[in-house]
Ligand binder design. Structure first.
Ligand code: ADP
Ligand code: MG
Length: 713
């Protein structure tokens, strides 16, 4: 059979499988299963062991069980008083006891003829509790010949449990799947090249589909349930490989365009020492070498810089801009908020303007929506004339009127705050500029590989010396006054403090402390006599700006705020933070918040006040926070607690959704898939070799849409 025939066979409508028909086909369709191919990839949710045969006496409420019994009696009964609502009841027995089975949906005619008193059946199902008695609701029941007969394919085996399909009994779904797998798995295309399969010892796709759907009798149940069998892992690997191939191809495409500027690394370390007055950390030096290497190459850089809060990304960014300048090109640095852009501008301005030995300082300008009128015209003109080396700004940089003389490097800070299009638009202001995206939201390795598989990744995994670790204390709601006392002590000793709330205003629906009303209460109560400011997202940009500036200048001692302070704000004198209702915040959010304190020489402390610890996940999150301040460790824990789907919020993260793979469980396979994909694309850049045709086809089918989403431009 050639490829077209195979496709036609796999495209057979599920409706034509024996036992389906138009009505059930609709139910299958509601699960996205329209064709035989869809059905083959509809994998079991878990597996049930029906090999152990229980006696009725040992059945316990809540268990999934499998046993043999004799039919003692059966009848159609009314439910309650209603004459119309009926159920079918079957009484079963063995030498040890009796149990009742019930069906609330049943076909009168077929059920009445289905059973005979005294005959033997096999039963599988879950034992429910009906007023303290054990009953089986809608169990699977099959006739057998004798008390020892094991016949029946759904019994004495490890049986697949499929995701529920509304309107179709699990038993029927299983029967349909058995037919589909039996008749069609052999037609499913083998996409992995034979040589790769051999080398990695991966089973074929036909065998994999068969055994993943219907485990053999001697199956290792635990391995199946944990998705560890070679057949299950092969399917996951294939899924990962296709995505990684897509990313590798895109990476190659990017690299095949010549870069506009090539920079020579020069003496960056010495320059850094002169500019900043400190020695770069080992991690900064390593990352800088990676960036300089990229910028010296013929192809444009496309690199992600991950670094925890305070790890010194800004210094690295500035040195990269210096490299671009040495090559005669301009740099654009885009930050997500005005406060951040101004902060960058101020910080960079202090060092950048210094004349360095033998060369002029870096010429810096700021462009945000607050830069208006004649001043704005001046900045725009200077940028267009090439008189500005580094333009720092917000989304304002993306406006049509912003024209660079020669843009050689785009740096995007807190890149996850920007959409794909915005990143692309900044890039388009130059001709193949280098791109460096930075994030302080640590992303677990597996996540980075799926999201940014086409980017090179640098990690700043070392904090500048002299940082004292932040002390983190978890308190119950009624202990909050401890935290307030500490705040007062710190503030009276010359420090500053943040008090963070989850909401701006009181909510009628939930009983939560909120920033606005607590601001008043604290000002008159716990913090009377101190100077307090209020900051939240409903204030307009100017107001926020004013408050933030006053806090940064030390005119406010305590900032009562919502999470608007989360990103990047740097006030070195802030030493204490109190987070109220800490149980309501996500791990990465708590980590970002905590990063706002302890940025100076004085040791910082962070009080996480929990008012409601009913949720197990919330307790685990706070334990993690108390245990570690390592952003990557926290990110991994976050991923494990929340699962990949919710980790960054699937929609905004553009994280592709896997059908089989699990970023936590299958991390090793993802790494393997990525290595294989890169090697493969190096050897066959367009996937033109015949043995790769099936991979290319699979890639098109599976990821064509999602890849655009994950694009970092
Ligand atoms: P990030 O942007 O990664 O959160 P920053 O670049 O703002 O971190 O750096 C945090 C602070 O550490 C800044 O005040 C910066 O001047 C300082 N810093 C950065 N690198 C070093 C270093 N190698 N040695 C000492 N201090 C440093
Ligand atoms: Mg920063």
């Amino acid at each position: 059979m050639d490829a077209d025939d195979t496709r036609a066979v796999l495209n057979t409508s599920i409706q034509y499988i024996k036992g389906v028909g138009p009505r059930r086909a609709e139910s299958f369709a509601s699960r996205g299963i329209r064709t035989v191919a869809d059905a083959l990839l509809f994998l079991p949710r878990t597996y049930e062991d029906r090999r152990r045969v229980a006696t009725i006496a040992t059945l316990e409420i809540g268990q999934r069980v499998s046993f043999r019994a004799r039919v003692e009696d059966f009848a159609v009964r009314r439910i309650g008083r209603s004459p119309r609502r009926q159920m079918f009841e079957l009484l079963l027995g063995d030498d040890t006891g009796r149990i009742t089975c019930r069906w609330f949906h049943f076909n009168q005619a077929s059920f009445a003829n289905r059973f005979r008193r005294g005959e033997w059946v096999r039963v599988a199902g879950k034992v429910s509790n009906y007023r303290g008695r054990r009953v089986l609701i809608h169990p699977d029941v099959e006739k057998v010949l004798t008390s020892a007969d094991d016949a029946g394919e759904d019994f004495a085996a490890v049986v697949p449990v499929y995701p529920e399909i509304e309107g179709i009994y699990p038993k029927v779904v299983r029967r349909v799947m058995r037919r589909v797998v039996g008749n069609y798995s052999a037609h499913y295309p083998e996409r992995l090249p034979a040589q790769m399969r051999q080398r990695l010892r991966l089973p074929g796709v036909d065998e994999s589909l068969r055994l993943v759907h219907f485990p053999p009798r001697q199956a290792d149940l635990a391995a199946y349930q944990q998705w560890r069998t070679p057949q299950q892992r092969r399917l996951v690997f294939e899924e990962f490989l296709l995505l990684q191939l897509g990313l590798a191809l895109r990476r190659r495409r990017w690299k095949s365009n010549p870069a506009e500027v090539r920079a020579a690394p020069g003496e960056l370390h010495r320059l850094a020492r002169e500019m900043f007055g400190f020695e770069l950390t080992g991690a900064q030096k390593r990352v800088l070498a990676e960036i300089a290497g990229d910028m010296a190459a013929a192809q444009p850089m496309n690199r992600l810089l991950q670094g925890d809060v305070g790890s010194g990304k800004t210094a690295v960014a500035l040195l990269a801009a210096l490299l671009a300048r040495q090559a005669g090109a301009q740099t654009a640095l885009m930050a997500p908020t005005e406060i951040l852009a101004e902060q960058h501008f101020a910080k960079l301005g202090r060092v950048a303007s210094r004349r360095l030995a033998g060369q002029p300082g870096l010429r810096l300008e700021l462009l945000t929506s607050s830069v208006k009128g004649a001043r704005r015209e001046q900045v725009l003109a200077a940028v267009a004339a090439g008189q500005v080396d580094l333009l720092v700004g917000t989304h304002a940089l993306l406006q049509q009127r912003v024209q660079f003389a020669r843009l050689g490097l785009c740096i995007i800070d807190e890149q996850h705050r920007f959409g794909v299009m915005q990143r692309a638009r900044l890039r388009q202001k130059g001709k193949q500029p280098h791109v460096l995206v930075m994030t302080a939201t640590p992303i677990p390795r597996t996540m980075a590989m799926t999201l940014y598989g086409d980017l090179d990744v640098s990690v700043l995994d070392e904090l500048p010396p002299g940082r004292v670790p932040i002390r983190t204390v978890v308190l119950r709601g009624n202990q909050a006054s401890q935290a307030y006392r500490q705040v007062r002590r710190e503030v009276e000793d010359g420090g500053q403090a943040y008090v963070v709330y989850p909401l701006v205003q009181e909510s009628e629906k939930i009983d939560l402390r909120d920033a606005s009303s607590m601001f008043e209460r604290l000002r008159q109560g716990a913090f009377s006599g101190l100077s307090l400011g209020l900051l939240h997202g409903r204030m307009d940009a100017d107001e926020k700006e004013q408050v933030m500036k006053r806090f940064a200048r030390g005119q406010l001692q305590i900032l009562v705020a919502t999470t608007v302070i989360e990103v990047g704000i740097d006030v070195p004198r802030a030493t204490v933070m109190v987070v109220e209702h800490a149980e309501r915040f996500g791990l990465s959010q708590l980590h970002q918040l905590r990063g706002r304190v302890g940025r100076g020489r004085r040791p910082g402390s962070c009080f996480l006040v929990a008012h409601n610890l009913a949720s197990e996940d919330a307790r685990r999150r706070l334990q993690v926070m108390a245990r570690t301040s390592d952003g990557f460790e926290i990110a991994e824990a976050d991923l494990a607690i929340r699962g990949p789907g919710e980790f960054l919020g699937t929609r905004q993260s553009g994280l592709p959704v896997f059908a089989f793979g699990d970023l936590v469980r299958d991390a090793d396979l993802l790494q393997l898939a990525r290595d294989e994909a890169r090697t493969l694309v190096e050897a066959d850049p367009e996937l033109k070799r015949p043995q790769h045709a099936a991979l290319l086809e699979g890639l098109r089918q599976r990821w064509a849409g999602a890849l655009a989403l994950a694009e970092v431009g």
